[in-house]
Design a protein around this ligand. Sequence first.
Ligand SMILES: Nc1ncnc2c1ncn2[C@@H]1O[C@H](COP(=O)(O)OP(=O)(O)OP(=O)(O)O)[C@@H](O)[C@H]1O
Ligand SMILES: [Mg+2]
Length: 257
Amino acid sequence: MLEYRGVTKKFYKRDAEVVALRNVSFKIDEGRFVSVVGPSGCGKSTLLNLSAGLSMPTAGEVLYKGKQVTDINTQLGYITQRDNLLEWSTVYDNIVIALRIRRMPRQKQKELADYYLNLMGLTDFAKHYPMELSGGMRKRASLARTLIYSPELVMMDEPFSALDAHVKGMMHEELLRVWELEKKTILFITHDLTEAITLSDQVVVLSARPGTVKAIIDIDLPRPRDPFLLQTTPEFIEIYHRVWELLRDDIRKSEAA
Ligand SMILES: Nc1ncnc2c1ncn2[C@@H]1O[C@H](COP(=O)(O)OP(=O)(O)OP(=O)(O)O)[C@@H](O)[C@H]1O
Ligand SMILES: [Mg+2]
């Protein structure tokens, strides 16, 4: 579905050069849930911007369904680090925006909106404005707004980082339920290791900047998963320690920088 092949990305600001990513290669097969973890500033959001075609690699290539991404890639869904809900539009209007742009008949828009509002537990808030929602509800609204146009690949950039632990856990349950129901491919960015392991089939560990792939870990914990119970099992804890060992030094390095 998506492949990074030897991707290097440099940014130039005045005289300074920042190497955000160096020679990054990994791929995401259809239907898989893959997370990328790594210290702040190691190029995680940059990876997503490259797949969305918002910027181009300095070296290497990004392939979406076997084709090189050379322009804005509207086929995938991208939930950016900020939720980007339109404050002056209702939840309903926010959710159907992509369908309006595609000029889908209104009745069909409504059917889909009702389905996703219900799926995300937002039916009673359809006429509310984003500022009237809690943090978790805003995240669910932006998820609905992306899922409604059925992208095969959904990229999510630290979607739950601002939420408290319990709301986060509930969002994990919902996301896993939707993923299993709708058979999406998901590329999920986080620096929360517990979150990455709980959700994913595979975790890609990036080093401190310049981001390079340190390891790709298969998470072969059984599904369906109950996020709360899973995190107390010895199998989970063993994987957690293994990945944490890989990340620890790089997180220290990035904190010191
Ligand atoms: N458009 C840009 N112009 C210049 N530098 C940029 C640009 N985008 C990102 N960078 C730099 O590239 C590096 C990687 O940034 P990026 O946002 O991808 O990191 P990140 O891993 O997503 O960090 P965080 O976990 O804090 O969100 C940083 O040093 C950042 O300052
Ligand atoms: Mg980021």
